[in-house]
Ligand binder design. Structure first.
Ligand SMILES: [Zn+2]
Length: 258
């Protein structure tokens, strides 16, 4: 809630301090930019395939273990591939989505791989090995597609879906967000393998942002903008849509009369 609460403008650049938590969309935008800069430059001019690996949904209490299990399965598959003589380069991203209607969670892996001319065959082999290792996984829920710029941009996004939108109303479900955050606490979202180098997922406490044209001074966040502590001037002059409402998801409680 307090990420980037104060902004200092000095010598034409803004500086702020960041919380580095996964639930923060300010920090997630910085992470996304870092991941795109760091990974996209390593992916040039090769044929990349995206494999999505899933298993059955689970409850909040099993989420952390399930996510760990999916990562372990993929680690063992890579070992099998090596034994068979395939050593692809790639990145595996662990994601969790929440299913509102069923009130359960969907942990899954997106695997980006390159393996020269054999990449299609290796992608198919990964899915076969996945189904072998995970008898509860359905073949229909796995996916193989050619990676393009859009799917790569999507892959490198760090998002915590804190709202679902229905027209002008935004619904938030704090319990679901909490369950996802607990499951991902102290784990990496991206694990590169082969010859792809790791890019940090940490957001430095203090970051200098882009050059900015504003009066020098310290600005403090109040509701929807930062205000200069001395002059009271707004920094961005952003005005949110007054019709947008944010509503918390109400968990259905058992009826006390029954
Ligand atoms: Zn933050």
């Amino acid at each position: 809630m307090d990420c980037g609460h104060f902004v200092q403008i000095k010598d034409g650049v803004s500086t702020s301090s960041y919380c580095n938590t996964r639930v923060c969309n300010v920090c997630n935008r910085i992470r996304t930019a870092k991941a795109m800069n760091g990974y996209l430059s390593q992916l040039k001019e090769r044929k990349w395939i995206m494999v999505t690996l899933t298993d059955v949904n689970c409850e909040a209490s099993q989420l952390r273990n399930e996510l760990k299990g999916l990562k372990k399965s993929f680690f063992l598959i890579r070992r099998t591939l090596k034994k068979k003589g395939y050593d692809p380069d790639g990145i595996v991203k662990a994601e969790i989505t929440y299913n509102e209607a069923r009130d359960d969670y969907h942990p899954h892996l997106h695997v980006l791989i390159a393996c020269g001319e054999q990449v299609e065959y290796v992608a198919g082999l990964i899915v076969d090995l996945w189904l072998e290792r995970r008898p509860s996984a359905s073949i229909k829920a796995q996916n193989i597609s050619l990676a393009n710029q859009d799917s790569l941009n999507e892959l490198f996004k760090y998002t915590t879906k804190t709202f679902s939108r229905k027209g002008k109303e935004l619904y938030t479900n704090p319990e679901a967000i909490d369950a996802i955050m607990r499951a991902q606490y102290n784990t990496r979202s991206f694990q590169p393998f082969g010859r792809i180098k790791k890019v940090t997922e940490e957001v430095d406490e203090i970051v200098e942002a882009q050059p900015i044209r504003a009066e020098e001074g310290i600005y403090m966040w109040v509701r929807e903008d930062w205000y200069n502590l001395v002059t009271g001037e707004a920094l961005t002059n952003y005005t949110p849509d007054p019709e947008v409402k944010i509503l918390a998801h109400e968990r259905s409680r058992p009826d006390p009369t029954t």
